[in-house]
Design a protein around this ligand. Structure first.
Ligand code: AMP
Ligand code: MG
Length: 412
């Protein structure tokens, strides 16, 4: 077969290209809270103006701004609480109405002076404290300024987090139409692997990758289908791939390096796979493969990834390549990976030729957010990886990075 080792950016582009025409899942209706983490399959439309009335943004006094600004003493003629409507006459000249945050501003008022900015010349009068000012419209959120009834406030393809769920709730939605979760088959390959209920012999390794991948799939909105471990035999790997046939995406771990028993690529090829790349110039993760099985005309192609078995490589390559495709398969219009920039907190050495994606800790300090590498023993080091909260992305064309340099990080 023809090998193709892509540069990191090229590999990203290939995944993005496939993602842009990865056939979409069917839509289904789900109750609002079940939609968190999923992708919206309809436009969410505001059922009424937001806010639905001119809303006071402060506890204070509804006034005619020109009078208050001129320093007039205004007589307080009433009080409006949130959830109430002013039933008296529109605000008359020389008067003010006390108002609470979230209450509808009465007709005739064109500003709300916050309570901290007034004083009482007499018990039932207010005036602006000297040195304070008030502008027209201050502390009033006009009706419909956030959205008008009938307007789409979220588009199909939006990933639904807490902010989007809140907006849907504000629009009165108890259910939403979302895209079906893609079924993702997970096959770990390796003679050394045992399942978690077995007592491993000293030379055996617990199959942690299937669990890492299942958790990552769930985080990315998919439904993980963990298949049994496939030993390093052609028939076993082939059987596992066949079992994954009903799934929308296939993830294999292990068996993609240059070893004598790394059989995954050749089995995929024998089963008619087409490869986009058979490696990426990155570390960890170099042996990663990406391709698809062409299906009959009726069915859409099934994509697959062969992820290197070293646990950090498995997870890094998932974040870089699998997560974006998986989100795109759910109809997401914006998909990762999520890169950001951060200031390096230490000097580090680069490695020419390979994009390095190394476990790192981004210190969440507002004043001085800073990223440092987590010391590690290489791509098998699950412990260091679990003590990282991001990956430092070091480009292949630099030998040295100094403390204070701004570098890219891959968020996870
Ligand atoms: P491979 O990619 O098959 O050459 O495996 C590389 C390294 O990753 C070996 O040390 C394996 O034991 C380890 N490894 C492979 N698969 C898994 C897995 N499912 N869980 C944990 N470690 C694994
Ligand atoms: Mg192996």
């Amino acid at each position: 077969m023809s090998e193709y080792v892509a540069s990191f950016d090229e590999a990203q582009e290939m995944v993005q290209r496939e993602a842009s025409h990865a056939g979409c899942m069917k839509a289904e209706s789900r109750s609002l809270l079940d939609c968190a983490g999923r992708v919206l399959a309809e436009d969410l439309v505001a059922d009424r103006d937001q806010p639905p009335f001119p809303r006071s943004a402060r506890d204070g006094f509804a006034v005619r701004f020109a009078e208050a600004a001129a320093g007039a003493n205004l007589t307080v003629v009433g009080l409006i609480r949130a959830g109430e409507v002013w039933s008296g006459a529109p605000l008359a000249s020389g008067t003010a109405i006390e108002i609470m945050t979230g209450a509808p501003v009465p007709e005739g008022a064109d500003a709300v002076v916050m309570v901290e900015h007034i004083e009482h010349p007499t018990p039932n009068q207010i005036c602006l404290i000297a040195g304070r000012s008030v502008r027209e419209g201050e502390n009033i959120v006009p009706r419909g300024c956030e959205a008008c009834a009938g307007e789409a406030v979220l588009g199909a393809g939006t990933v639904l987090g807490a902010a989007e769920i809140a907006l849907a709730a504000a629009c009165g939605r108890t259910t939403l139409t979302v895209f079906r979760k893609p079924k993702v088959a997970i096959v770990a390959t390796g003679d050394e692997l045992v399942e978690l209920d077995a007592v491993p012999e000293p030379h055996q390794i617990r199959n942690s990758n299937s669990y890492a991948l299942a958790a990552l799939v769930a985080e990315s909105g998919g439904e993980a289908v963990r298949l049994p471990i496939a030993p390093d035999r052609r028939e076993a790997v082939e059987e596992a791939i066949r079992q994954a046939g009903e799934c929308d995406l296939l993830l294999l771990s292990g068996g993609v390096s240059m070893g004598k028993y790394d059989l995954v690529e050749e089995v995929l090829l024998a089963l008619g796979a087409e490869f986009f790349f058979t490696g990426v110039k990155m570390q960890p993760g170099k042996p990663v493969v990406f391709g698809r099985f062409a299906k009959s005309e009726a069915a859409t192609a099934q994509y697959f990834f062969g992820l290197p078995g070293n646990p950090v490589s498995t997870q890094v390559t998932f974040h870089c390549f699998v997560a974006p495709l998986l989100r795109a398969m759910q109809g997401a219009t914006v998909y990762g990976p999520q890169f950001a920039q951060a200031t390096l907190g230490e000097d580090i050495a680069g490695k020419p030729g390979l994009m390095r994606v190394l476990p790192a800790w981004l210190r969440a300090s507002r004043a001085k957010p800073e990223v440092k590498l987590v010391p590690w023993q290489g791509s098998g080091d699950l412990v260091s990886n679990a003590h990282a909260n991001c990956y430092a992305v070091l480009p292949p064309d630099r030998e040295r990075f100094a403390a204070g340099d701004v570098i890219t990080v891959l968020l996870r």
